[in-house]
Design a protein around this ligand. Sequence first.
Ligand SMILES: [Fe+2]
Ligand SMILES: [Fe+2]
Length: 325
Amino acid sequence: MPAEVISPPTAFFSISLEMIEPGDLLPCDLWLRPANGDPVLYRAAHLPFLREHLERLEQSGVEVLHIAFEDAAAWSDFVAERLKSRILDPNRPIEERVDELLSSSRAMMREVFDDPRGPGVRRTIEHLGDAVNRLIAEPGAFHSAVRLMEHDYYTYTHCFHVSVYSVGLGRAAGIDDENYLTSLGQGGLIHDVGKTSLPASLINKPGRLTDNEFRLMKTHPEQGIVLLDEMNWRDPIVRDVTLSHHERLDGSGYPRGLKGDSVTVAARISAICDAFDAMTTDRSYSRGMSSLEALKILRGAHGRRYDQRLLETFIRMLLDPEKQA
Ligand SMILES: [Fe+2]
Ligand SMILES: [Fe+2]
């Protein structure tokens, strides 16, 4: 009897090697895709991935492996569960756990923003938002995270920072609904995803934008909603943060120019965190401000744009570690 021929999957997404760690028991098949040839099964699900595998791949110049679309959920769940089991281990020092969250999230976020239409994006962000909220709930975690944040600006690092700041500010402001806080964290992680729909030359342009460029840039919250729609992501807080993080209390924001009470608490929190992170991180063309300078502007010159009570809480939280812990 002829052997059964199993044809390889037809749709794949790629993962960088840094996402797989020696010792992992693979949750799904990993494939190689030679430049001109058919996909080759590299290592099957449920087999361990060992250090020698990693070394051999690196020696051959392989930087990415591929996973079939139908395995996207299994892969996202695996990565997130691996991360959560480590960062929520109470026997490990908080600083070490926060460091692990930051380095893992960097790789996960980069993949999300490289391919926001990839099959596992929503699940990855949902898990990561949950991880952020659960870790930030622990004493000392918020300040460790702020200390360890990178200062170079990339959309994906910025989004991660906004997530951490938002969950921290929400908690400090007395919000104790864990589902709300998780959604707030998820919203922070994805809030600028609409920028991936705009030309990279616009996003990376050094210095000031022209009026036309700024008009285009201002479409990113709505572009973000288009992407959330494609993912069928209906969470109202995640959508609100994505659409409304540039709304300002005095009506000077965008895209809808909402004013006063029509700006929700989630939008107010994300507006403060978004502006603060944007002001304090380095760009290719300028260094970020100090925290104090940025807070002064948010409270003074731009005081009418932001919720001043939330801002006071944010300032106390940033400047007084004891309060947060
Ligand atoms: Fe934005
Ligand atoms: Fe932003």
